[in-house]
Design a protein around this ligand. Structure first.
Ligand SMILES: [Zn+2]
Ligand SMILES: [Zn+2]
Length: 365
């Protein structure tokens, strides 16, 4: 049978509907029926051609949830949980790291492995159903699946999408201590996730800077103590608020989750001396910004850390936390709209214009 897929043929070209052949399963592979995939800022960047090395035409959709249709010689997920047909799973979009290069073995940064491939980003549509914007997804041998509890509404995962994992990774990377004051720059899915996991990790106070107001209300549902509107409060007012909230010191941790270069220079003024700044929102190149190395970094004696994408442990651990605390991580509420495979151009336009908080591709729509 043939499978319908939404294909991004080239930057700035409308996404097309293609019929792609059902795969012949290799040993160790899994075929999923797609329940939902996400549309995130990265897909907008892909559509504008802002990421190097993308083999257009591609089937976008890197984080997805599905049900197992068929498996060949697979009986557990990547954590050892038994798997059978019909099970609800997600999977780690990054794979084919070599476990042999310097990055894999010595630096232990498999994200920087040159062999690394990513579903929905670095596979051509000519290679098969290797992206989530399709009725079915083919999980090649070695792709790491994670079984989800049957009672968990998949919207809790897909409403966060990759932002759920990236926000978790950013909080882990910050080494946030219990009681710390945290400022999150950005109220999209990454910022919402970072705020929610900061609260659960024991932050003393979580302040989120973002826009529009609907997103700031959402982030309060994840436990943020204070929200500062980019639209209504000046950069000076935002700094004054954070300094006032910390007896003039500045926040212990600042998480960048907005993808706007201007946030970087603002952050140094919000961070206390010796604090930690994690930059997680610049997965693609959105430009440069001026910094003063003496005043912003050296004299302040701060840590500046990058969080590029996520590793498999972030997926497993964040889902463990989500399973236990789903009532405090209402990612399903972040979903703004569901789009069918024929409507992905509208989805991209809505995400680019920030008209929806989280856009979901649902092939059953
Ligand atoms: Zn490697
Ligand atoms: Zn994404």
């Amino acid at each position: 049978m043939s499978v319908r897929a939404a294909v991004m043929t080239a930057p700035e070209k409308p996404v097309e509907l293609w019929d792609i052949d059902d795969p012949v399963l290799e040993p160790g592979s899994v075929l999923l029926e797609t329940l939902a995939s996400e549309v995130c800022g990265t897909d907008v960047h892909l559509h504008k051609g802002r990421l190097a090395g993308v083999p257009y035409p591609i089937i976008p959709g890197h984080v997805s949830v599905g049900r197992i249709i068929e498996m060949r010689g697979v009986d557990t997920d990547a954590t050892g949980a038994a798997l059978q047909s019909g099970d609800l799973v997600t999977f780690y979009d990054v794979h084919e790291v070599c476990n042999a290069c310097y990055h894999c073995t010595v630096a232990q940064q498999p994200n920087r492995c040159r062999s690394r491939r990513v579903y929905g980003i670095t596979y051509s549509a000519h290679d098969g159903l290797l992206g989530g914007w399709a009725e079915r997804i083919y999980l090649k041998p070695g792709v790491r699946t994670v079984r989800l509890p049957e009672w968990l509404d998949p919207d809790y995962l897909i409403g966060g999408g990759c932002g759920l994992f990236t926000g978790f990774g950013a909080i882990e990377r910050s080494d946030l201590a219990m009681g710390d004051t945290v400022v999150v720059q950005g109220s999209g899915p990454v910022g919402i996730s970072a705020a929610g996991f900061a609260v659960l990790r024991g932050a003393g106070r979580v302040i989120v800077i973002g826009a529009p107001d609907a997103r700031l209300s959402l982030v309060q549902e994840f436990g943020a103590d204070d929200v500062l509107s980019l639209e209504n409060e000046s950069i000076e007012a935002r700094k004054a608020f954070v300094l006032d909230a910390t007896d003039g010191r500045g926040a212990d941790v600042v998480i960048e989750a907005c993808g706007n270069p201007s946030a970087i220079s603002e952050a140094f003024g919000l961070l206390r001396d010796g604090g930690t700044y994690v930059i997680a929102g610049h997965y693609t190149d959105t430009g440069t910004v001026e910094i003063n190395p003496h005043l912003d970094i050296n004299q302040k004696h701060i840590d500046v850390r990058g969080q590029w994408g996520t590793e498999f442990r972030h997926v497993v651990r964040s889902l463990n936390v989500l399973t236990k605390h789903h009532e405090r991580l209402p990612f399903h509420r972040v979903i703004g709209k569901r789009y069918g495979l024929a409507d992905t151009n509208a989805a991209l336009a809505d995400v680019a214009a920030l008209r929806v908080s989280k856009a979901i591709v649902d092939p059953s729509c």
